[in-house]
Design a protein around this ligand. Sequence first.
Ligand SMILES: [Zn+2]
Length: 770
Amino acid sequence: MFLSIGLFFVFVSGLKAQDFKSLHLVARFDTIDEKVLGTVYHQVAVGEDVDQLVLNAIRMEIKSLQLDGEDWDFEQNDTALFIPIKEAERGELQLRIEYEAKPNKGIYFIGWQDETRRARRQIWTQGQGIDHRHWIPHHDDQTDKILFSAEWIFNSDYQIMSNGQLDSMVTKEGESHWYYSMDKPMSSYLIAMALGNYVASAQMIKGTPHILYHYPDRIADSAWYYYRHQHIASFLEGEINYEYPWRNYKQAPVMDFRHGAMENTCATIFGDFFLVDSIAFNDRNYTYVDAHEFAHQWFGNLVTAAGSEHHWLHEGFATYYQWLSEEELYGSNHYDWELFKARELIEGAAARDSLPLAHPKAGVERFYQKGGWLLHMLRNYVGDSVYRVVIDDYLHRYTHQVVHNEDLIALFEKHSDKDIRAFFDLWLYGKKEPSLRIRHSPIKEALVTDLSEAMPQELEFAFLVNGKWRFQKHQIPKGRSMVLIPDSCTAYYLAKVDDLLLTLDDESMTSEYYRIAFEANDDLAARCRYMREWPQWEEDLDFIKSVAENKQNFHWLRAEAIRAFVRISKDRNQEKALVESLLRSTKDVQLQKAIMTVVLKEKMDIDAQILADLRQYGGSYELRSSALQASIDPDNLANMKWLNDAHWAEQPGIVGHDLYLQTLFYRFAFFRDQEALAKMLDFAGPSFDFNTRMNALSFLSYLPIDADLYWQRLFEAFQNKNWKLSKMGREKLLDLQSKEAAQFKKAYRKARRDWDDFQKQKAERTFEKE
Ligand SMILES: [Zn+2]
């Protein structure tokens, strides 16, 4: 090694003197040793002051390297290649590298080790942030955009999806060559490939071919997992108002994906846990992810952030456009609900630390949810037309380029006369979301406000004067201030306050105001908030019940009303009657799910026939699961024969497996059913997806079992490259290592026999440290 790691990073990110122009990759795969056999061709422009090229390449075996057609000397360490060049070779150079990699990241071999051949056999990639350097020697820097093309070579029984256009596919001697090419540059973290057993369907949307990949055995449910894709895509393209920037768009599901989905340029890859049927659709659906990744094709792929402190320019925008698409599909109530759920996540982040959104470590909840919220507030602040003008300017000005936060801010300053600097100082660079406290002045008829941070947006007060609502806007300063209450005012509320990311502590809302404000304010989030904060007034119970029963109300509000009812009522029979009548009468699955959460939390003993119906026919698997939980009665095992019903084994997909696992768990826990145990151990093994394996391991860990196969399953999980599954295996094994040291030792020695060096080292670092 001749450069320290620290110096190396400074060099690569600081100097633009090596500018990679294109990357052509030829790759074959060895599925037994999980290796990539590749040849990569780089075209690179080299500046005057450069005397070596530096490429990121983690532990790669270089077979040969040529510069402009000549064999070339190079240096290498565990993370990089260094290629010396002389003055004579500057300008535009061609670099060819033939190599072999056995990567632990960036590309994943799934299911090839499953001897039962029940697992799907796939190879897929995930580059973001800097993982492609594990399998392609290249300049792995998102600020250096390249023209990408590839020739993928594999067994003709499989299909391959990749970035760009499939120019041709040639089959020779049982092997196919897929030639894909891009005609516009992109950052290398967006390089993608998904290989598996797929069928594809194509449709034209606004002049662009959209190619959707399916598992042949799940194609019957495609209307549910690609629910209204055409509608989402054409809506977004219209909303963003900039023509879709790539030649086509593709999406493919993969097994054991580590995130939800990844917006690789025109080749989105997503976790197959989104392959829902009509029932699981009500628990988890792909529509919001579909919209999110599609929005990234502009925000992130076309215009790319320069670094982590600007990361919300990808995720905030994608989240915001995802919400707008959900509003388009499901209505404005749904949009408000999403905003509210996002607010809760942001509050969670604020309880953890106080980093600004423009911080490299701001965290997922800020990059995504707070970024989305920022855009929601910004559009309200500057107005719809200014917002659209800025977005148009932003996308055109920075097409295929790299941007910083200040680039976007400058455009808002250019097109808007509002105090843009103050807005971004608070919401982007500020460490905390503001909080507002309001009290009644004891001296005069006024509201005393106490605002923690200066906020450029005004607050709108609604005052009820002589039977009419009067609206007043006020710019509330930081610290304490006063808002005068008009003469003869009998009630008031804060209008549109739920459109601000603000913590509100309103002590001035006296009890009788709640009902008045609830009826006057038609903002859904505000009405839900009133329900949550409703004082303990039993006189209001009939009114709250009417809100819960009103079919016109959105399920979120009805659920809040049910919770308020249960909180205020002191009569369990009354609560049970409301819950049972709603469960019987409503067809709203989200409402039923919310009600069952209350039933479980309050340990309500509800009608057995309702539970039996929901267990078997409930419109969501979560709902069936809640009904199952509520039906468990350890004191009356004879009443639990339904655990053996055949239909549990027939629930498809990952959510269905989870429900089946619950019944297996109780069958073993209560009846020591050995067949159930064997099935659980099978679900915990490599034939199944990581979610099912984790659920199975989680259930197994509560049971008194000492099977060799259980230990084997834990070590398999620990060694899996899916970090969630691996983390679970690690935690459970560390726990067992301290509690059952002798058995652990024996199982560890046995498992070790099958491991390669990397796996042995991983285990030593975890279990053999002092
Ligand atoms: Zn995203």
